[in-house]
Design a binder for this molecule. Structure first.
Ligand code: SF4
Length: 231
């Protein structure tokens, strides 16, 4: 198990404006973003927690990772050729939660949220690169508990079980509904794959601004029938 807690972070007003497609907004918006960055960046301490884990027993719809059983037909299918996987939790950090903003100030709330999201995104990419560089990995995909009905968010507790006390390790805890607190955190399992898998390919949710791949009915059929084409 390893914790990355010294993640280099550089975020400029332009990055935030660009990610929010606010390029054409006036200088006052840019000033506001700059002020928020000035406040948040010195506090930001994003972290990543991961471990190198091994596949154990496979059942009909279950798969064991380091002795912990996960229930998901799609995860099982995705791990059919895997021996080694990398469970992870990445967070923008509890340190950012100390700032309270009035619920009335919608614009400020929106911008704070966007900056925290970008901090999380940067931390996640750093973690991804770190894995690739340190474990000589080929093509990898990932799945997150809660992204598909087949692997509900309640399975988050087993993912956390793999690490022990995640709150003590990196400050992320699970709410009674198995959501992560702080909310600007992501968790999942990285696995080797022959073709790229993205949960979005099996997800019919419309107008999701986080969609990374189009819904693919053919792919869904392959997962349902168990006939996944491996190229
Ligand atoms: S489309 Fe959106 S909700 Fe569906 S899996 Fe992708 S990111 Fe998640």
């Amino acid at each position: 198990m390893e914790i990355l807690d010294n993640i280099p972070l550089e975020l400029k007003s332009e990055d935030v404006m660009e990610s929010l497609r606010l390029g054409k907004k006036g200088p006052s918006m840019k000033d506001m973003v700059a002020e928020i960055l000035e406040e948040l960046m010195p506090l930001a301490k994003p972290k990543a927690l991961y471990k190198e884990s091994y596949i154990g027993k496979r059942g009909e719809t279950t798969v064991e990772i380091d002795g912990v059983e996960f229930k998901s037909s799609i995860l099982l299918k995705n791990l059919e050729i895997a021996e080694r996987v990398f469970p992870y939790v990445v967070t923008a950090g509890r340190e950012l939660e100390v700032i309270e903003i009035s619920k009335e100030d919608m614009m400020k709330l929106f911008l704070y949220d966007a900056v925290k999201e970008l901090i999380l995104e940067r931390a996640f990419y750093y973690f991804e690169d770190y894995l690739k560089q340190n474990y000589a990995l080929g093509l990898m995909s990932r799945m997150n508990p809660g992204s598909l009905n087949d692997w509900p968010v309640s399975q988050q507790k087993y993912l956390f079980q793999l690490f022990g006390d995640v709150e003590a390790l990196i400050g992320v805890r699970l709410t009674p509904g198995y959501l992560m607190d702080p909310i600007k955190s992501v968790s999942g399992i990285y696995f080797p794959t022959e073709i790229l898998f993205q949960s979005c390919m099996l997800c019919k949710r419309e107008s999701c601004r986080k969609r990374k791949a189009p819904y693919d009915p053919e792919k869904e059929k392959q997962y349902k029938t168990g006939k996944r084409e491996l190229h």
